[in-house]
Write a protein that binds this ligand. Structure first.
Ligand code: ATP
Ligand code: MG
Length: 409
């Protein structure tokens, strides 16, 4: 049934998507313009986007990679509510708009207020009070993919900074510092594998960032890109990379580098990992009984990845003047298939039938030049062209989008 659905959807003439000649005027970043023009995303209003069939497929493929790597280190997926009860947020002092200026709030018809979740430390901590009682119930590692709402002052760079976005948020609950550290390192390594599989491993650095109240540093994962909002500093072999906010004499001494050894670059934060210790478990009273019958607050960590931001960063980074260039691991389809001429179209159609799901078949009644231009805009890894002419030579042409290189097969 699913194969049938895919088969019908991914013939170009059967989808509702059309490539557009222009993007909204206020959309300045190149990747964002292409995402809209190529039919991956639609702009509802500033900082609010819809994902169309092609874009949804990219998001789902990014999520699959993250899911595989997190499941492999023992994490359990959940899906929590977006509507938020103020109570736990009041207990941690984060309900106050003065403290958390990015809240979206709404009124209940029956009276009272609710929030739209900007993050989930409070509700997940509160939820686990029903399940964590003793050291035997620990550790717990839960994550989700979910829509977050943030009343950001400025929306920027298309889907890179929005007011509604998809985040993967993971929370860890441990009985000891040692257990927490071990998991924290496992996440560092899982993140490195995730960014490598997403095709941005070489340009993504784990940076020292400001740590908040309890640990000296947190870590961020920053991907080099000209449209990034952050500036990172790195030494020659890039063994020390740090965020601007921790660039001070004390930190430099501790990391054993000097200011004049560091170069700077623009980057976008694609993920972060935090040691929280008892920041949320203490006020929300999430505790466990140890072997000796003593009560302790649970030790927590939180670990985010901006799923939709990652998509925006990848779109931006790899785009060229003609359009998007997706890494194979997250491209919505592998091959953009074009048939030219009567026999070419027939052959393309026959191939398509045998490969539904990995081929996007441009069967539209358009000039070849228009199809070529759209194939470059949409940015699938390969373009396969079969025409009456290539068939006469018993061949077809395979072009790699990233290099423009064509092979006769
Ligand atoms: P930033 O400094 O970019 O505002 P943050 O410190 O608020 O990020 P978290 O609250 O930890 O980030 O969110 C986890 C991840 O979600 C971030 O690393 C980022 O990739 C992504 N993210 C955060 N805010 C947004 C947003 N407004 N739009 C899209 N993605 C976001
Ligand atoms: Mg933020």
């Amino acid at each position: 049934c699913f194969a049938e659905f895919e088969h019908l959807l991914w013939i170009f003439s059967k989808t509702f998507i059309k490539t557009l000649r222009s993007a909204p005027k206020d959309e300045t970043a190149r990747g964002a313009q292409f995402l809209i023009r190529a039919g991956y995303a639609h702009k509802e209003l500033a900082g609010v986007y819809d994902y169309l069939p092609l874009g949804l497929r990219v998001l789902e493929r990014i999520k699959s990679i993250i899911r595989e790597e997190l499941n492999a280190i023992g994490c359990e997926e959940v899906l929590m509510s977006t509507l938020q009860n103020p109570d736990p947020w009041i207990k941690t002092d984060r309900w106050d708009i003065e403290k958390m200026d990015i809240w979206f709030r709404t009124q209940l018809a029956a009276g009272g207020e609710l929030g739209l979740a900007p993050t989930h430390e409070e509700p997940i901590t509160n939820l686990l009070k029903s399940y964590i009682k003793s050291y035997k119930d620990l550790p717990v590692y839960t994550y989700q993919f979910q829509t977050k709402f943030r009343n950001e002052l400025r929306a920027k760079s298309g889907i890179m900074r929005t007011r509604e976005f998809i985040m993967k948020d993971l929370y860890s609950f441990s009985a000891s510092d040692e257990e927490h550290e071990t998991f924290y390192h496992a996440v560092e390594q899982a993140y490195a594998r995730i960014y490598t599989r997403l095709g941005i491993g070489e340009d993504t650095y784990q940076t020292f960032a400001s740590g908040g109240v309890f640990s000296k540093y947190s870590h961020e994962f920053q991907t080099l890109t000209d449209v990034g909002e952050d500036t990172i500093y790195y030494n020659a072999d890039r063994s020390v990379v740090l965020n601007e906010e921790v660039l001070n004499d004390e930190v430099l001494t501790e990391l054993g580098v000097q200011r004049n050894e560091l170069e700077s670059a623009k980057a976008a934060e694609v993920g972060n990992i935090f040691t929280l210790k008892t920041k949320y478990s203490a006020p929300l009273d999430l505790s466990f009984t140890d072997r000796d019958g003593e009560r302790h607050p649970v030790l927590m960590g939180c670990y985010g990845i901006g799923v939709s931001r990652v998509m925006g960063v990848i779109a931006e980074k790899f785009a060229d003047e003609k359009g998007l260039v997706w890494p194979e691991s997250i491209a919505p389809f592998k091959v953009y298939l074009i048939g030219i001429g009567e026999k070419g179209m027939q052959q393309a159609g026959a191939w398509y039938q045998g490969h539904a799901g990995s081929i996007f078949f441009d069967d539209r009644d358009l000039r070849p030049g228009e199809k070529f231009a759209d194939s470059e805009l949409i940015g699938l890894p390969y373009r396969l062209v079969v025409s009456d002419k290539t068939l006469a030579a018993d061949s077809c042409e395979l072009t790699t989008r990233a290099t423009g290189e064509t092979k006769i097969l």
